[in-house]
Write a protein that binds this ligand. Structure first.
Ligand code: FE2
Ligand code: FE2
Length: 462
C-alpha cells in the first residue's frame, strides 16, 4: 500500500505542481486514472493566463495571448467593437519545454485608434473567457503607465498587479526578472522553476491586469533558462509577444511610441559585465540599432520624452548587484548624446532614483518632490520592487560597479537622490506640451501598501 492520496475530485483539482509533488504525474510513473481525467479536464478548462501586448504601433496593433492546460481543438479569438464580436481568428499555438501548457497568440493589426474592442477566447469543449482592451488614441493626450521589474510569483507581486489596476495604468513596462524561471539567474541552473510551471503561475497572477492592458516585457537575467534555446529565452518567447522591430530581428529589443513618449526596450544581458552568459550576442548590431532609434525619436517633432528600459542597473547603490560597468560602457554615451530622459532598470530589488546625470556625474540635484528638466540630464531609476524578496536598503558611502573583469570597483554614491526598500511600482503620467512648449512626465512611485515612495516632475522644453 502506497501513501498515494485519495483519487477524487478534491485530490485531482490541485495544480500540476501539486500533482508532481504527490508523485501522480511526471517521469515514468504516470497513473492512468488521473491522466484520462486530465485530458478531459484540459479540454473543458477555459483559457487562462490571458495577457495583451502592443505591436509596434499601439494605435493600430494589439497582441492577445492566452494559455490552455494542453493542446485543444480549434482554439479561437472572437473580436469586435461590441460584445457581439463578428470576427473569428485562429491563433498561433506554441509549446515549450517541461510543461504541457500551450500558448496561443493572435497579433491583431489594422485596428481603429482609441477604440474599445471586446474579445472572447474559446476552443471546442471549453467555456469561453471574455475581456476587452482599448487601442491607443491617434491624438496626443495625457496617459498613465506603470514601470517595474523583478516581480515573480508572490503575495506582494499579486498586490502590485491590483495596484496597477487601481491606478488606471494604460500599460505596464516590465523590465525583466518576470517569473524567475531560471532560479540561479545566470542561465546555468540545471533544474529550473519552470519544471513546476512557475511561468503559468505568473501568467495567472498577472491576468487581472494584463487581460485589459498591454504588459510590455523585457528580459532580465532570470529569463536566461538553461537548456531552453541558444539564448535561454525560448520560455519567455513562447509566452510573451513583442513588437518585433528590434535589433537583429530578435524579440528582446523593440520600440514603440505612445503619445509623446518613445519607449525603447534593450537586452541588458547583452551588455552586462555581471552574468555574462549572453554578453555581446548582438553587440554592435544592438548598439547601431539603438543609436538609429535614438536619433530618429529625438528628431521627431511629435515626441518629447525618450524612456529606455532594460534590466541591469547603470546606477544603483544597492550592494546586492549595485551598478553595471558594462551598461555604462555600451550605452551611457548614447543616452547622453540623445538626451534620454529616463532610464528604467530593475535587478536590484529596491527602488532607487538618481539626480540628473551627464557624463557619469550628477549635474543637478533632483530631490523628492522637485521639478527638473531632462534637457539638462538623464534620470536613472531602479524599479526593482515588483514583488521578489527585497534587498535591504543601506546607503553606503561607497557602493561599487562591476568592471569588465567582473571585479567590484568601489565608487561614491553621490548620484543617488532617493532610495527605498519596500515593494513598489513606478507610475508615470505623460502630459503633452503646454502653450510654452513644455511637456511633463510626472513620476509617482507607490508602495504596495499604497504609501508614497517618491514623486518627481520631469519637464522637457523643445
Ligand atoms: Fe530580480
Ligand atoms: Fe536580475
Amino acid at each position: 500500500m502506497t501513501d498515494r492520496p485519495h483519487i477524487g475530485p478534491t485530490a485531482l483539482a490541485p495544480s500540476r505542481r501539486t500533482l508532481l509533488k504527490a508523485g501522480l504525474i511526471g517521469g515514468a510513473g504516470v497513473v492512468a486514472g488521473p491522466m484520462l481525467w486530465t485530458q478531459a479536464a484540459r479540454s473543458a478548462a477555459p483559457a487562462t493566463g490571458v495577457h495583451l501586448s502592443y505591436g509596434a504601433d499601439p494605435v493600430k496593433q494589439m497582441n492577445v495571448s492566452w494559455s490552455t492546460a494542453g493542446s485543444v481543438q480549434a482554439p479561437r479569438l472572437d473580436l469586435g467593437v461590441t460584445p457581439d464580436y463578428g470576427l473569428t481568428l485562429r491563433p498561433e499555438s506554441l509549446s515549450t519545454i517541461r510543461v504541457d501548457s500551450v500558448y496561443h497568440h493572435v497579433d491583431l493589426s489594422d485596428l481603429r485608434a482609441g477604440t474599445r474592442y471586446y474579445y472572447r477566447l474559446s476552443h471546442d469543449g471549453g467555456s469561453p473567457t471574455r475581456g476587452s482592451f482599448t487601442t491607443a488614441p491617434k491624438a496626443t493626450r495625457s496617459f498613465r503607465f506603470a514601470a517595474f521589474g523583478d516581480m515573480g510569483v508572490a503575495e506582494d507581486a499579486a498586490r502590485n498587479v491590483n495596484l496597477i489596476r487601481q491606478q488606471g495604468a494604460e500599460f505596464a513596462f516590465v523590465v525583466g526578472d518576470i517569473a524567475y524561471a531560471d532560479t540561479g539567474g545566470q542561465g546555468k541552473s540545471r533544474k529550473t522553476q519552470q519544471d513546476f510551471g512557475v511561468w503559468d503561475e505568473l501568467l495567472t497572477q498577472i491576468q487581472p491586469s494584463a487581460n485589459g492592458i498591454p504588459w510590455m516585457t523585457v528580459v532580465g537575467n532570470h529569463e536566461m533558462e538553461n537548456g531552453n534555446g541558444e539564448l535561454g529565452y525560448d520560455g519567455h518567447r513562447a509566452r510573451f509577444r513583442h513588437p518585433g522591430n528590434g535589433a537583429g530581428g530578435g524579440q528582446e529589443t523593440y520600440s514603440f511610441v505612445r503619445g509623446n513618449v518613445a519607449f525603447i526596450a534593450l537586452d541588458g544581458n547583452d551588455a552586462t559585465y555581471e552574468y555574462t552568459r549572453n554578453a555581446g550576442y548582438l553587440g554592435d548590431t544592438l548598439d547601431g540599432w539603438l543609436e538609429q532609434q535614438l536619433a530618429d525619436f529625438r528628431g521627431r517633432n511629435d515626441i518629447d520624452f525618450i524612456l529606455v528600459g532594460f534590466h541591469q542597473c547603470a546606477y544603483c547603490t544597492n550592494i546586492a548587484h549595485a551598478s553595471d560597468g558594462g551598461i555604462r560602457d555600451r550605452w551611457e554615451a548614447l543616452f547622453d548624446r540623445y538626451q534620454v530622459d529616463v532610464v528604467i532598470n530593475g535587478h536590484n530589488h529596491c527602488y532607487e532614483r538618481t539626480h540628473l546625470m551627464r557624463d557619469g556625474k550628477p549635474v543637478q540635484e533632483a530631490p523628492r518632490g522637485s521639478t527638473v528638466s531632462t534637457n539638462q540630464g538623464t534620470i536613472y531609476i531602479t524599479a526593482g520592487g515588483g514583488g521578489g524578496s527585497t534587498y535591504p536598503d543601506v546607503l553606503p558611502v561607497l557602493s561599487y560597479y562591476t568592471d569588465a573583469h567582473g571585479l567590484k570597483i568601489p565608487e561614491p554614491t553621490t548620484y543617488r537622490a532617493v532610495g527605498d526598500a519596500t515593494h513598489s511600482v513606478a507610475f508615470f503620467d505623460a502630459h503633452p506640451r503646454d502653450a510654452q512648449g513644455q511637456a511633463r512626465l510626472d513620476l509617482e512611485v507607490i508602495a504596495t501598501d499604497g504609501s508614497e515612495v517618491d514623486t518627481l516632475t520631469i519637464a522637457r522644453t523643445r
